[in-house]
Design a protein around this ligand. Sequence first.
Ligand SMILES: [Ca+2]
Ligand SMILES: [Ca+2]
Length: 250
Amino acid sequence: MEDNHAMIRDLRPHRIPGPSSRRCASIGIAALCTLCLLPGTLLAQAPAGAGAKLVPIPIQLPKPMFEGTPQNLTVPNLQKPLGRPRDPFLAPAGVTNVAKGKKVTSSDTEPVIGEIEQVTDGDKKGAEGSFVELGPGVQHVTVDLGATHEVFAVLFWHFHKTPRVYLDVVVQLADDADFKKNVRTVFNNDHDNTSGLGAGKDMNFVETAEGKLVDAKGSRARYVRVYSRGNNANELNHYVEVEVFGRPAK
Ligand SMILES: [Ca+2]
Ligand SMILES: [Ca+2]
């Protein structure tokens, strides 16, 4: 009997942490449950149209004109080159470049070199003869998609013969050719509002054969406009190509 009492006494201290251990276990289970809920939470935050099959947009890149990371570019707020190919950009299956061959207008009606039609002619080569040169200062090109489209991405090449940074780049979508109706800015790196379109928070970037891809998030628009204000090498503005990945709006 005495041995049994001794055993019970010995057991008592061990019982005390019991409930606390169970509390710990409960907290642990609660934490696990919270973790289990997280994927559901993330799904709830997925963009509208979730469930539709997303595939990489069919980008065809031109041949690079230079290799490696550009050096000695003294441009503020400059995005560090990725050092590897850009990740695929996903959009609903069937989204294509709807800008190809479409009508283009420009703030410069008499380009210094080339023709404004070159902006959507499908030629994306970096060589001489494959870009249009617009005058100095703030200039833009506007692509008319011909009808309202769901726009998922705007991809453009100013110039990629040598590494360059074009200044005060702004990309806008609108319902009308004059950019008065339902204007939306999807990219703006004019951080000090030099061009008067509003101050933007996007970073400056080095032009390469990959072009600059801007997420337009499926916005509905007929007109796509890209602004710039010269580049780090001269005051002129250039365009090799502007592509708009989208599909006709239903
Ligand atoms: Ca072109
Ligand atoms: Ca500026």
